[in-house]
Structure formats: structure tokens, C-alpha cells
Design a protein around this ligand. Structure first.
Ligand code: ZN
Length: 286
């Protein structure tokens, strides 16, 4: 069983984003996972998290510093949703250096904060990740022309019609692409597991990339279509295994490993890039 020395609350299911209530958190095996009372928390090799604040111009911005033993260097990230700074250090010993590192780069952080917090509605000329590859949005073609992906010279997503409608049209299209891909991958894993699923819902969730309810309903964030294919694949497999084990007991992880998906690599990806997906598209601008 997972054993926790648990202070504060967190819900880190499949996201790289830790909520601001998390203060200090550690367990004996060097892993931290989500609140054991909540389902669907992903195990991540993080074992020390601390919070502080730094001054960015006139703003006081929360800073979350944590140790990740897999990190090969100090990393500073800006969480576009929470408006906080995430600092990763490879060891507890290097933590003060990591915080100093962040304090010396307030200009850069300031730029990132204002840029990210504005959100990035889809407009012509914006580059967005699609299946993990940056694509340039171009506005050409008729009102009824279907949205097309092209790779002739550089990866392009061509959206026709009025410029003012690009954001809505592209958001709808990405949701339908996400649904199509997730249905395909989920049905593949359901067949391998010999399980039937309930309905599949595509949502714009902020705290979970996927979830499975006790009636077998599977829900996923449409933003998974922006991530590399292996990441969507992992989340699909993860939620399908919940059709058998509605928890994260060792049997769950064994079953998931038997499907040959790399939980560690996915956790690492979400840790580093997960929050960036939230800055794209319609709802980021709301
Ligand atoms: Zn789960």
C-alpha cells in the first residue's frame, strides 16, 4: 500500500500543477502522491515541497519550490492558471540556490506571468501544439471549408471563414479531434482489458486530465489532443484500468504496467509541460 506522511491537501491527478494549499509533503519511499482520500492521484517522484513568495515588480507572487531527484538542473516555470512560480531543484541541498536563482530572474518571470496570464485565444499567426507538434494557425479558405492540417513546408492548421470565428471553430474542432482519438484509444484498451466502458465525455477540466466514475463513465480534457500522442495514450490506458480498479492500489499499477504504457514518463511530461496546455484556446481568455 502507499504510505503517506501527509500534511496539507493536494490533488495532483495527472497534472503537473500542485494546488496552492500544499505546504510540505513527504513520504518514506521518496514518492508523493495525491490525497489518498481522492481517487486518481498520480504517483510522482517528488518528496519535498516548500512555499514562499517573491516580489515581481509591485506584485507578490507565490513560489512553490520542490525537490525532484530526476531533475538534472534547476528549473523555473510559471503556472499560467494559478499565477504562481514553480521551482524544481534536484536535491534539498540545492533548494536555497534554486530560490535565489528565481529571485535573480524576476524580469523574465514578470514577462512570463503577464504573457501566460493573458491566455492565448486562437488567432491567425499563433503557434499551437497539436499532437505534440507546434502548428501555425492560418486563416484562409471559405466559410464552410473544413479545418485542415498540412505539413507541406511547415506544420499548419488552416481555418477558413471570418477571423473572429477562428477561436470558436478551432476549439470545437480540437474537441472533436480529442473525442475521436480518445474513443479509439479507450476502446482499444477496453478490448485488451475485457471491460465495457460507459459514456465518454470531453471536458475542459482544470484539475484532472481524465477520470473514471463508478458507473464506468470516462471523462477527459480536450487539451490532451495538444499533447504528444504517447501522453493521450497514457491517460486513456490509465482511466481504462480504473474500470477494473477504482483506486491506485498496487494492483492498479501492475495492471497499467501490463499495458506497456510508461507512467513515469507521462508523470514527468505533465510535471514539466502540463500547465502550458491550459493557456491555449477559448476558455483561457474567459
Ligand atoms: Zn487514476
Amino acid at each position: 500500500m502507499q504510505s503517506f506522511l501527509y500534511n496539507g491537501q493536494a490533488n495532483t491527478d495527472l497534472t503537473g500543477r500542485r494546488q496552492t494549499r500544499l505546504i510540505f509533503w513527504r513520504n518514506k519511499r521518496g514518492y508523493a502522491a495525491g490525497n489518498p482520500a481522492l481517487d486518481h492521484s498520480i504517483v510522482m517522484p517528488v518528496n519535498y515541497i516548500t512555499r514562499t513568495e517573491i516580489n515581481i515588480g509591485e506584485r507578490v507572487v507565490p513560489l512553490v519550490a520542490r525537490v525532484n531527484r530526476r531533475a538534472k538542473r534547476l528549473i523555473i516555470k510559471v503556472d499560467p492558471v494559478a499565477g504562481e512560480i514553480l521551482v524544481t531543484a534536484p536535491s534539498k541541498r540545492t533548494m536555497p540556490e534554486a530560490i535565489r536563482f528565481a529571485n535573480e530572474r524576476t524580469d523574465w518571470i514578470s514577462g512570463q506571468l503577464s504573457d501566460d496570464l493573458r491566455g492565448k485565444p486562437f488567432i491567425e499567426g499563433l503557434k499551437i501544439p497539436f499532437r505534440g507538434v507546434d502548428h501555425l494557425i492560418l486563416n484562409s479558405g471559405g466559410l464552410r471549408a473544413p479545418i485542415r492540417v498540412e505539413h507541406e513546408y511547415l506544420p499548419v492548421i488552416r481555418v477558413g471563414g471570418e477571423p473572429a470565428h477562428i477561436n470558436r471553430r478551432l476549439t470545437d474542432w480540437l474537441k472533436s479531434q480529442a473525442r475521436q482519438k480518445l474513443v479509439e484509444r479507450v476502446d482499444y484498451y477496453c478490448e485488451r482489458l475485457g471491460k465495457k466502458r460507459g459514456s465518454l465525455k470531453i471536458r475542459d477540466t482544470r484539475t484532472r486530465w481524465g477520470s473514471c466514475s463508478s458507473d464506468g463513465t470516462l471523462s477527459f480534457s480536450w487539451r490532451l489532443i495538444l499533447a504528444p500522442p504517447t501522453i493521450l495514450e497514457y491517460v486513456a490506458a490509465h482511466e481504462c484500468v480504473h474500470l477494473i480498479h477504482l483506486n491506485h492500489a498496487p494492483a492498479f499499477w501492475r495492471q497499467l504496467a501490463a499495458l506497456n504504457v510508461d507512467a513515469r514518463a507521462a508523470a514527468n511530461w505533465f510535471d514539466n509541460f502540463g500547465t502550458t496546455l491550459f493557456s491555449y484556446g477559448a476558455s483561457a481568455a474567459q
